[in-house]
Design a protein around this ligand. Structure first.
Ligand SMILES: Cc1ncc(COP(=O)(O)O)c(C=O)c1O
Length: 395
């Protein structure tokens, strides 16, 4: 199939993104459709956002319903959807309190502030350090980029926020560095997304939980990419057998409308006073009303069982493809979040798959990441896998 002729992106847009050449105009189910009518099976979900796929009738109805109500009133006043949504998160998780914001990075920045506020209360200003792990991605703002392990995202912007550093994904490193007097928090992704789809071992996370509890350090789980049903559990921590003190969510929670959330225990929440943190748009009635619908869809046990079942099947298919092609190694993932390493540049495979009608995303230069909509059927996934195998075999 011929490659698409590139139409130049308007110079009015700051060129921060390397965009693919096609322009999308519509979507249906798991497919995106470009301006020439060409269809693409989407194994990226807008980078783990579009869990319900495209053109979902229930989501459209929820948006219409929300649009008839209030859009925004500010956090000076009460509105029902945000309160109802917070109640749902509390009812289904370890958390007692919820703060809503607008993106993943903002959720993690807030989590860092809440952890520091709590830590200062019990240990004074010396108890402020935040540690993340090798391979982490927590966002692009000053605090979160300091916790993100990608030199190219960090170097041009130094000095980054202080008191935030990266440790190896190794218990010994944590035992040496995490300190009751000076450490406020440890943050980790139960499955590292951008860092290569690395599934943290339950035993490792359980040991980090024990260590942080013993040293009175807040444990933050960043489930911005792996949470809200992606692993086949509403929260990714459910498969780890331990809960954090703070949990951050974003990407799919309003199925494409910008929203983030910070969930926390009563102990952390009790340290936060009125005025300690805020954000103009966070948890507004329009987005929260849509998120109420999304929450019900993504917490549906039938949907979660579907994701687990598809995950098992998908893993088998990838292993079969690995044996047939010899071009896939180190398959990693859970539910509908998969990654595998390739020898040639991931960008080359992604380009060939795109020309053949399949959207993929990388997670490092030699890792392909697969994040289909959670509503994808076996047939949808199988069609994408056929294209993937073709794209792997050509190089
Ligand atoms: C695990 C994780 N944390 C944080 C972020 C940052 O989210 P956002 O791009 O909404 O700021 C991302 C985005 O990819 C992510 O995958």
């Amino acid at each position: 199939m011929p490659a698409i002729a590139a139409t130049p992106v308007t110079p009015s847009l700051l060129p921060t993104y390397k965009r693919a050449p096609m322009e999308f105009v519509r979507g249906e189910g798991v497919e995106l459709i470009d301006a020439d009518g060409k269809r693409y099976i989407d194994f990226t979900s807008g980078i783990a956002v579009n869990a319900l796929g495209y053109g979902d009738a229930g989501l459209q109805e929820a948006i219409r319903h929300a649009a008839e109500g209030l859009i925004h009133v500010s956090n000076l006043y009460r509105t029902a959807p945000g309160e109802q949504l917070a109640d749902k998160f509390v009812a289904t998780s370890f958390a007692d309190r919820v703060f809503f914001c607008n993106s993943g990075a903002e959720a993690n920045e807030g989590a860092f502030k809440f952890a520091r506020r709590w830590a200062r209360g019990i240990g004074g200003p010396a108890k402020h350090e935040i540690f993340s792990l090798r391979g982490a991605f927590h966002g692009r703002l000053f605090g979160t980029v300091a916790a993100t392990d990608r030199p190219q995202y960090r170097m041009p912007f130094r000095p980054l926020a202080g008191g935030i550093s990266i440790l190896e994904r190794d218990l010994d490193d944590l035992v040496i560095s995490v300190n009751a007097e000076t450490t406020a928090a440890v943050i980790l992704e139960p499955i590292q997304g951008e860092g290569g789809v690395r599934v943290l071992e339950p035993a490792f996370v359980q040991a980090v939980r024990e260590l942080t509890r013993a040293r009175n350090v807040a444990l933050i789980f960043d489930e911005i990419q792996c949470g809200m049903g992606r692993t086949g559990h509403l929260y990714a921590y459910e498969r780890l057998g331990v809960a954090p003190d703070i949990l951050t969510l974003a990407k799919p929670i309003a199925a494409g409308l910008p929203m983030g959330a910070i969930l926390m225990t009563e102990e952390i929440g009790a340290a936060i006073q009125a005025g300690d943190h805020g954000t103009t748009f966070g948890g507004g009635p329009f987005v929260a009303s849509v998120a109420l619908h999304v929450f019900d869809r993504l917490s549906d046990p039938a949907l979660l069982a579907h994701v687990r079942e598809m995950g098992t099947w998908f893993s088998d298919q990838l292993h079969g493809m690995s044996q047939r092609t010899g071009r896939i190694r180190a398959i990693r993932g859970a539910g509908l979040m998969w990654g595998f390493d390739v020898v040639e540049p991931a960008a080359d495979i992604i380009g060939r798959a795109r020309d053949a009608g399949l959207l993929l995303v990388s997670a490092g230069e030699h890792t392909i990441r697969i994040l289909p909509p959670l509503v994808a059927t076996r047939d949808d996934l199988a069609r994408g896998l056929v294209i993937l195998e073709g794209a792997l075999a050509v190089g």
